[in-house]
Write a protein that binds this ligand. Structure first.
Ligand SMILES: *[C@@H]1O[C@H](CO)[C@@H](O)[C@H](O)[C@H]1NC(C)=O
Ligand SMILES: CC(=O)N[C@H]1CO[C@H](CO)[C@@H](O)[C@@H]1O
Length: 324
């Protein structure tokens, strides 16, 4: 019941929607024509793909293969380049596969891209995490938890592993017990008992965690975020903050993530692409609303001012409108 209404709610809060009179063959032909001969009609490609749901894009890909004997994504890669290509390929990838690929690259690349681990594992629903673990095993014949453990350390690793263990029993204690433990962990003691933060925040019920935050505020006089800022550092701090922010509001967390990906000199294109591609069908309308509440400009105007060309145009279509 809850899952069902959550799903309906999510499905209706995206900016990208399934096209009403969809014809995969017609779309495959349009894309083929846009890539035929000399030069590429980028505008046709980006207009068409942002006006289809991810599921429809998969149908276009299959039909393209049947009609032309070629892989649509390979053809797109051959014609496009740079961050525009990365964004289009992201849109062509099914959501779970996209998360799995992002995690794999974050772990297996040179060094570990902790940002990607934090963003995906803190924000996805328990069911999505389950699907990600299964798809990761199927795709790479590896265990995601083992790979994450092998690449991280300390309490950061411990909380990531807890977030991956979606099957563990939740909510055994009352809020008051938790809050007292947190308070003892964060504010009463000299130094910090990070283990307590990690264990308590690893309990994935957002509703439960929000009650804990309220009780914590009453008891300590501090917001959870303030205590985390003061008592922890580095990747662990980033992960704890992401978990707290996602428990308060997932769209709010992504609004901040998008803002900081574009703020200051240089844009974090990978984060911008990942969030815009993965949330466009889920909760982009809510992200825009949260963005407008938190910051002095709209998401639309910030994207417009920060990037250029076909890449910018595609992002603006995914954003789906301005909020003055
Ligand atoms: C879909 O498009 C193809 C190619 O343009 C066309 O031949 C076919 O009749 C269309 N199908 C429908 C149901 O409109
Ligand atoms: C995932 C997680 O951290 N679960 C914990 C939730 O809280 C109970 C009670 O403290 C723990 O036993 C669980 O391990």
């Amino acid at each position: 019941m809850l899952l069902c209404s959550l799903f309906l709610w999510q499905a209706s809060r995206g900016t990208v929607k399934a096209s009403g009179n969809f014809n995969a063959s017609a779309d495959a032909e349009v894309l083929h024509k846009a890539m035929k001969g000399l030069g590429t009609d980028e505008d046709t490609i980006l207009q068409l793909l942002t006006a289809r749901s991810n599921a429809q894009r998969q149908q276009i890909k299959a039909t393209y293969k049947t009609l032309f004997g070629k892989d649509l994504v390979s053809d797109l890669k051959g014609e496009l380049g740079g961050k525009f290509e990365t964004l289009i390929v992201a849109l062509m990838t099914p959501p779970i596969t996209y998360d799995v690929t992002s995690l794999r690259n974050a772990i297996k690349g040179a060094g570990t891209d902790e940002k990607v681990l934090v963003e995906i594992l803190a924000s996805r629903t328990p069911q999505q995490v389950k699907d990600i673990i299964a798809a990761y095993r199927q795709e790479y014949d590896d265990d995601l938890e083992e790979d994450v453990s092998g690449d991280t350390s300390g309490h950061f690793k411990r909380l990531l592993v807890i977030l991956l263990q979606v099957h563990v029993t939740l909510l055994l204690h009352t809020e008051t017990d938790y809050t007292k433990a947190l308070f003892k962990a964060g504010e009463h003691k000299f130094g910090t008992d990070e283990q307590s933060f990690v264990t308590i925040l690893g309990n994935r019920s957002a509703e439960h965690l929000r009650k804990v935050f309220d009780a914590y505020m009453k008891l300590s006089g501090y917001e959870m975020e303030e205590s985390i800022q003061r008592e922890t550092s580095g990747s662990l701090r980033d992960l704890l903050l992401a978990v707290v922010k996602c428990a308060r509001s997932v769209p709010g967390y992504f609004a901040e993530t998008l803002y900081y990906s574009m703020k200051g000199a240089g844009t974090d294109d990978n984060t911008l692409i990942r969030v815009m591609a993965s949330r466009s069908e889920v909760d982009m309308l809510d992200i825009r609303a949260e963005f407008r509440k938190k910051f002095a400009c709209s998401l639309y105007s910030m994207i417009k001012g920060d990037t250029g060309g076909d890449f910018r145009k595609t992002l603006l279509l995914l954003c789906g409108g301005d909020d003055a």
